[in-house]
Design a protein around this ligand. Structure first.
Ligand code: PMP
Length: 430
């Protein structure tokens, strides 16, 4: 009490508490959001968010009763909407219900949970795995739980929000390093590693805004040299990279056991919802008994678990889905580059950005393409830096050549309408 008096001499009364503290519509954060939405609507191109897709989004999406060629979802290898996956999910719902209605630790455990976890572990070459109800919460609760004060978390500057949130929650020291720069990570660790107990190095198998991926063998060298733990988020690389879709580890032919925490979401190539961590049996055992987002949370719904298991089995049986996806992405990228479209660092994955250089152009391009039957999401500041505003194309294995050729043609034409010099400028920049 004494120290409070020293800072502020006049004690506030309840009358000093303004509506910005108790009426959400008056809070500065709400007013800022409202201003952004008003600005978007003022541009006359409509609000690009919460667009309702009326059916399953595959190569096309039904919006407002019309079919559009769609590049908006990470249904990379067509598992969501696949009849085999859907049948497995329905059968599990019939057998176990729509919810397990409890934490698995107590009474929510169903046979399909362990079946899925064992098959995931086998697929990624780890001893065991643990599944969570959300991909975001997988990262947040895992990192937030396993690390704490006295530890260091070094993460790529473009790592997903869930990784950043988990790192903040952990209370460990958090240091982002420049994107994909293993040398910078090495330099930081050479300087400060010994000041910390556990060190976690976190990278992604494919970066979801840029469609590029890290030089994994180098990162493995760095982690070994500095006695760090390595975590890879393979959300956008599992089912996409590697000869059989096992992700960035397979792409580089690395030893899976050099990765301490192998993470991916079930919402992309596994056709449902949730996430997993695969690793050593000791790590997974510890996590199963102690991780807050697992212990104090309901188990994965039976339909989601069985759907993901069916998707995983289908992926093993039909690796051609992975080849088709990559062939589509390569074609898109090749055509875009020939036209002089700026695709940033994209290469070899299911994500291809088209960088417009500012948010209004990203919005207007998205709108113009929509009018020509193409559905693609703009990514605006602050999600990326203003000069890196873009459209993000998620390519999948169901797209065909005609759709891709038509799309790239339309993108080039509409970009030229927005800025007649765009294509030449990109060619000049190389
Ligand atoms: N990690 C990465 C790299 C992601 O892009 C995302 C979001 N798609 C997540 C984690 C969170 O996954 P989910 O959407 O399944 O919660």
């Amino acid at each position: 009490r004494q120290s409070t008096a020293a800072v502020s001499t006049v004690k506030k009364t309840i009358d000093d508490i303004g509506p910005e503290c108790y009426d959400f519509s008056k809070t500065p954060e709400y007013l800022r959001l409202r201003q952004t939405i008003d600005m978007l609507e003022g541009l006359g191109v409509g609000n690009p968010y919460f667009c309702v897709h009326e059916g399953i989004t595959r190569d096309t999406a039904r919006i407002g009763g019309r079919d559009y060629i769609s590049y908006t979802t990470y249904n990379y290898i067509g598992m969501s909407g696949d009849p085999v996956v859907a049948a497995a999910a329905k059968a599990a719902i019939d057998k176990y219900g729509t919810s397990v209605s409890a934490s698995r630790l107590v009474s929510g455990e169903k046979p399909v949970h362990r079946e899925l976890e064992m098959e995931i572990a086998d697929f990624v070459g780890q001893e065991d795995s643990i599944c969570f109800v959300g991909g975001h919460s997988t990262n947040e609760t895992t990192i937030g739980h396993l690390f704490g004060p006295g530890d260091l978390i070094l993460h790529d500057s473009l790592d997903h929000n869930s990784i950043v949130q988990g790192s903040i929650m952990s209370g460990a020291r958090r240091r982002p390093f420049p994107h994909n720069d293993w040398q910078a990570a090495d330099d930081i660790l050479s300087e400060i590693r010994t000041e910390y107990r556990k060190v976690l190095l976190v990278i992604e198998g494919t970066y979801s805004m840029d469609g590029d991926f890290p030089d994994l063998p180098r990162f493995i060298e760095v982690k070994k040299k500095h006695k760090a733990l390595l975590m890879i988020d393979e959300a956008h690389s599992s089912g996409v990279l590697g000869a059989t879709g096992r992700g960035v580890v397979e792409h580089f032919g690395c030893n899976p056991r050099d990765v301490d925490l192998s993470m991916a979401t079930l919402s992309k190539s596994f056709g449902s919802c949730g996430g997993y961590i695969a690793g050593s049996k000791e790590l997974i055992e510890y996590m199963k008994y102690t991780t807050p987002g697992f212990v104090f949370s309901c188990g994965l719904p039976p339909g989601a678990a069985a759907g993901s298991l069916a998707a995983l089995r289908l992926l093993k049986k039909e690796p051609e889905r992975v080849y088709k996806l990559r062939a589509n992405a390569d074609l898109f990228l090749k055509l875009a580059k020939e036209k002089g479209i700026n695709t940033g660092y994209a290469g070899g994955t299911g994500v291809v950005p088209v960088i417009t250089g500012n948010s209004p152009h990203a919005l207007m391009l998205s709108r113009a393409l929509f009018e020509r039957g193409i559905n693609v999401q703009p990514i605006l500041h602050p999600a990326v830096e203003e000069e890196k505003a873009r459209l993000r194309f998620f390519i999948n294995c169901m797209h065909n050549e005609e759709q891709i050729r038509y799309t790239v043609e339309c993108v080039a034409e509409e970009l030229t309408k927005l800025d007649p010099k765009y294509l030449q400028m990109t060619k000049l920049r190389g």
